[in-house]
Write a protein that binds this ligand. Structure first.
Ligand SMILES: C[S@@+](CC[C@H](N)C(=O)[O-])C[C@H]1O[C@@H](n2cnc3c(N)ncnc32)[C@H](O)[C@@H]1O
Length: 296
């Protein structure tokens, strides 16, 4: 990339891509369930895990998810990276210092497993949100930990779960494009973090039955593909930077891979970056959103 890679800028640049991608049927089902199923006689308790720099917090305010919650919302947002939470504190200062729009936001640097293990968090929340997170985790370990923090019959919203398709268009060398895609997905399936498996390139399709196995009921599911392309020769907002980050992830994951010819891969990256520079690259990633109810 021309600019140095900055994860918090990547998350900021992802905001407009996610806004377009989020499945509106799933969102509306969630909004209806928040209104009809959650308590109306006290503030709602909401937890967001892996909240990054807080873009989902901004979205729930802008899209009015809790607009009809008479007693407002106590919204706890955690992320394991202090640098993300620092940026979130700045972006969300108006919501952490008093609670505009009925939302009182508490930010905390915490690992979800450590947070979930605290006794006071057991069955504490009415709604749990995880956005662009579950495909980075080991589902059989993470899902029970997440759901146990929700009170019986509370709700979950798990959005932007990657599901096994990454397309860089136009195709230039279908065999090479396909090999890069397959190796990239394989790296997600074999990733180890802190000695544990962490990630799955087919999380989207696996979630439905994984949720049911935990006693949760899916109320709505639908696709939320990222689709990024230029309009009039230019990418919207900071999406050229977003595309540069995606290529950076592919490069840093596959550099030196024994099944890729190093020079061929370099040339592929240079060509894709050139396509970003002239607005030619189209990028698609297939993902699924889910919302539902935790077992009673
Ligand atoms: C792809 S980012 C998505 C961030 C944010 N939800 C968004 O979409 O802008 C995944 C986030 O999850 C956080 N994360 C990863 N593993 C975590 C864990 N075990 N506990 C808490 N946060 C975690 C990372 O630090 C990162 O900010």
């Amino acid at each position: 990339m021309t600019d140095a890679f900055d994860f918090t800028r990547y998350l900021a640049s992802k905001r407009t891509v996610d806004d377009r991608a989020l499945n509106r049927h799933v969102w509306q089902t969630l909004a209806d369930a928040v209104e009809s199923e959650l308590p109306r006689d006290r503030p709602l308790r909401v937890l967001e895990v892996g909240a990054g720099i807080g873009t989902m917090v901004e979205r729930v305010v802008e899209w009015g998810l809790f607009a009809r919650s008479a007693f407002g919302v106590d919204y706890t947002a955690i992320d394991s990276e202090e640098s993300n939470i620092e940026v979130a504190r700045r972006r969300l200062a108006h919501l952490t210092s008093g609670g505009e729009a009925g939302l009182r936001v508490q930010l905390e640097t915490a690992n979800l497993y450590e947070f979930a293990a605290r006794q006071e968090n057991r069955q504490r929340f009415d709604l749990i949100i995880a956005h662009a997170l579950l495909d980075l985790l080991h589902l059989p370990t993470a899902l029970p930990g997440l759901l146990q923090m929700v009170r019986p019959t509370g709700l979950f919203y798990f959005s932007i779960n990657f599901d096994g398709a990454t397309l860089f268009l136009p195709e230039v060398d279908p065999a090479l494009d396909g090999r890069i895609e397959a190796l990239y997905h394989h790296s997600m399936d074999t990733r180890i973090t802190d000695g544990q498996p962490s990630g799955d390139s087919r999380t989207g399709r696996r979630l439905f039955h994984a949720l049911r196995a935990c006693g949760a009921e899916v109320l709505a599911a639908g696709s939320s593909d990222w689709v990024v392309h230029s309009v009039g020769g230019a990418y919207p907002a900071d999406e050229a930077y977003f595309l540069g980050c995606i290529l950076h992830f592919v490069e840093s994951t596959l550099r030196g891979h024994p099944e890729l010819d190093a020079r061929e891969f370099e040339e592929w990256l240079a060509m894709r970056r050139q396509q970003v520079a002239c607005g030619e690259l189209m990028y698609v990633a297939h993902q699924l959103d889910y919302c539902g109810r935790v077992g009673g």
